[in-house]
Design a protein around this ligand. Structure first.
Ligand code: BGC
Length: 734
């Protein structure tokens, strides 16, 4: 670090005088009335080589509480630093360090403060996978808006979110962080989240810059192991992994993070095809790419760079502009430029991208975060209301045999299991400044819901794992004395997220044993599950009369869960990721390609279909679907077609229904998946009422596909539009 400081100081003295000579006029880059590009150009023309390089580095500030990313704290942060990962939760520390940059560095370039705001800052929302199950992007956008506001008011300008890695292996702990197995769902929720974070104007004090991550294909990790190799053909990149990124860029995402994984021989962080050809040249992204933590230096471990200098050269040449805690760019980039291995033009382009984001965030005008009290920025009533609503819409009723739910007219309810009173584990991974003290547990939710209408008999029964069955007796006694058992099982918070893969997605044996013991009482079991991934339920399902997947709902899970159990809330969540029958089926996802023999190739020992498929989720009411009605059955290129379907709430309770619109192309030059989601819509429908759902098809957008180099093509022939078990054929004549 000392070396960097000396370099910086030398740079200051050499070029110092020139920058200050403005002949009494305010320099263009400081003039807010000038267009951003002019300001960037002016500032760049004043910068020394070392100052430019320093803009491309990110260190940490504050107490790092991320166990996966520990490193020596950078104590003496150079005033010329480009960015810091900010672990503080108030503006104070930020402002102190920012003051150094703005007032003590030669050019006064403000630092960009980033942080992992993943599913909320202090008001913790459900994990992203749960959010996708709400199928309510407008609500997800609102939650992202609250997260942005809390973060910006606390000193954060930039979040490393959304994660839009399509993920089909629930052993991978990071499935919790994305929006499930479907490219389109990741695209829609990713774009909604970007809009929520960034709003219309990044400089307005309430919004933060977004970062699409991890570019790309990280979710394809072999066997769900983290950080490992991924085998992804170009065709699969374009079909599966890139569409969410394209949508995120279209939504205006300011930045992108490179991925850890090696993609068929070229790691994401040295991947010129992705970071330069696709992202910048084709999609026209003018923000910057930040490396994932240590991802540049890890190019050595991945076997494509001999040392840090070569790693810096490869990453930079590939189009990676900012070094997150690698210490590769600060040590070697200037040298690489002097040696002619990195051109001035390339360096300028990289710095220009970083500066552009800083100008857009208004950091030159407002480098400091206004002081505010926690009460003014956190846990505001409207923020909590959104948390409650999103948790309610995310929960999925997986099973409800003989309408055992909602629970009505019961005198005694046994509430059992390690999740029942847990608050900490409901927060989920990456819960930022979320505090377990603010979490409403399942038990607290049930107490508030039932008051003195029913007696709650609590027993923990067992821990999350281990062998200790000493609590079984108490749990069985509670169950025996009750009319029904609400059995709350699941995962600890750190069983999912980064570096948290599991070889099996079953719950630990001790939890299954507890369920078996309780089942022996003959009392119906309502299984409530909290987890960061789909679970293996093939043994628990037969023991349960009803199953509610509550995910990791954040601060406000207990209330909505109790509301669902009691029937105050009609569940409307639908799965955004398949629940396999058992771990051995993985990978299993709805949009697989077609088999050569559909009548054969089944497993001999287990079913070949998942336990709960993509889109599954029950309601307390019934929805009757009419026929699919197309506006035309043949069409020509350039035409627009629409298909409608009427859905009637024929049950006794108001509810909300999500219609998923799929497309299939059974015969295509490049074979297509059996079905592909192209559109969805969620609507509240009162009992007795009908809603007309409509899919406006733009053939160039919805019926075309990309080849292995991302070129779109639309072939004449038959297409099917599918909703549930209904389908209608549309023919493109030419
Ligand atoms: C994770 C990223 C995260 C970064 C900074 C990395 O280990 O993969 O998702 O944004 O750390 O905390």
């Amino acid at each position: 670090m000392k070396k960097i400081l000396i370099l910086c100081l030398a740079a200051v003295s050499v070029a110092g005088a020139r920058a200050q000579k403005t002949h009494g006029r305010i320099p263009v880059y400081k003039d807010a009335s000038r267009p951003v590009e002019e300001r960037v150009g002016d500032l760049l023309s004043r910068m020394t080589l070392e100052e430019k390089v320093m803009q491309l580095n990110q260190y940490t500030l504050g107490r790092n509480d991320n166990a996966n990313n520990m490193a020596d704290p950078v104590n003496d942060i150079p005033a010329e630093t480009g960015s810091l990962i900010y672990y503080g939760s108030s503006p104070e520390l930020r402002n102190r360090v920012q003051r150094k940059a703005v007032e003590e560095s030669r050019l006064g370039i403000p630092i960009l403060f980033g942080h992992d705001v993943i599913h909320g800052f202090r008001t913790t929302y459900p994990i992203s996978l749960a959010q996708a199950c709400s199928w309510n992007p407008a609500l997800v956008e609102k939650a992202a808006g609250v997260a942005a506001q809390e973060a910006r008011m606390s000193g954060v300008d930039w979040t490393f979110s959304p994660m839009i890695d399509v993920a089909r292996d629930p052993r991978w702990g990071r499935v919790a962080e994305g929006y499930g197995e479907d490219p389109y769902a990741n695209a829609v929720f990713g774009a909604a989240t970007v809009k929520g974070y960034q709003g219309d104007d990044l400089s307005d004090d309430r919004h933060v810059a977004a970062c699409l991550k991890h570019f790309a294909g990280y979710g394809a990790s072999e066997a769900g192991r983290d950080y490992v190799y991924t085998e992804i053909s170009r065709q699969t990149l374009w079909d599966t992994y890139l569409p969410p990124y394209e949508a995120g860029i279209k939504a205006g995402a300011a930045t992108v993070m490179s991925s850890f994984n090696d993609i068929s021989g070229t790691p994401g962080s040295a991947n010129r095809y992705l970071m330069t050809e696709v992202l910048k040249e084709r999609w026209g992204h003018d923000g910057f790419v930040v490396s994932d933590w240590g991802a540049i230096q890890q190019l050595r471990s991945q076997g494509v760079a001999a040392d840090k200098k070569e790693a810096a050269e490869k990453a930079f040449a590939a189009g990676l502009e900012m070094d997150m805690m690698n210490r590769c760019y600060d040590a070697h980039l200037a040298e690489l430029v002097r040696e002619g291995r990195v051109s001035q033009a390339q360096l300028d382009d990289a710095v220009r991208r970083v500066l552009r984001v800083k100008f857009r965030l208004g950091l030159f005008e407002k480098p400091y975060t206004p002081e505010s009290t926690e009460k003014e920025r956190f846990l505001l009533p409207e923020s909590l209301r959104i948390a409650e609503e999103l948790a309610a819409e995310s929960m999925v009723l997986l099973k409800n045999e003989n309408d055992v739910l909602p629970l009505k007219g019961l005198r005694r309810i046994a509430v059992v299991g390690p999740i029942a009173k847990s608050r900490y584990h409901l927060l989920g991974s990456w819960s930022s400044k979320g505090d377990a003290e603010d979490v409403v547990s399942v038990f607290a939710g049930l107490e508030a819901e039932y008051g003195d209408k029913a007696e709650l008999l609590y027993a923990q029964g067992c821990n999350f794992d281990g062998e200790d069955a000493s609590g079984f007796g108490e749990a069985v006694a509670a169950a025996s004395a009750a009319d029904i058992v609400v059995l709350c099982l699941g995962e600890k918070r750190d069983w999912s997220g980064e570096n948290a893969s599991r070889s099996s997605i079953a719950l630990p044996e001790i939890q299954e044993r507890l369920a078996r013991e309780l089942a022996k009482t003959g009392k119906p079991i309502v299984l409530v599950l909290s987890s960061g991934r789909p679970l293996e339920l093939c043994r628990l399902e037969p023991l349960s009369a009803a199953i509610v997947q509550m995910w990791q709902p954040g601060l406000r899970g207990g209330g909505p869960l109790a509301g669902i159990l009691a029937g105050r809330i009609n569940p409307s969540g639908r799965l955004a990721m398949t629940f396999p029958y058992s771990t051995g089926q993985i990978p299993i996802y709805y949009n697989h390609r077609q088999s050569a023999r559909t009548h054969q190739g089944k497993y001999q020992d287990i079913p070949s279909t998942p336990l709960y498929g993509f889109g599954h989720g029950l309601s307390y009411t019934t929805f009757e679907y009419g026929d699919l009605k197309p506006s035309a059955v043949t069409f020509r290129r350039g035409d627009k077609v629409s298909v409608e379907i009427a859905v009637t709430n024929t049950g006794k309770m108001d509810g909300a229904e999500t219609v998923h619109w799929f497309v299939s192309d059974p015969v295509c030059t490049i074979s297509r998946p059996v079905r592909e989601l192209k559109h969805f819509e969620k609507q509240p429908i009162r009992c007795g009422e009908t809603h007309l759902f409509r899919f406006e098809i733009d053939p160039e957008r919805d019926l075309s596909f990309t080849d292995g180099d991302g070129r779109r093509f639309l072939e004449p022939g038959d297409y099917y539009v599918i909703v549930k078990d209904r389908k209608v054929k549309l023919t493109l004549t030419e």
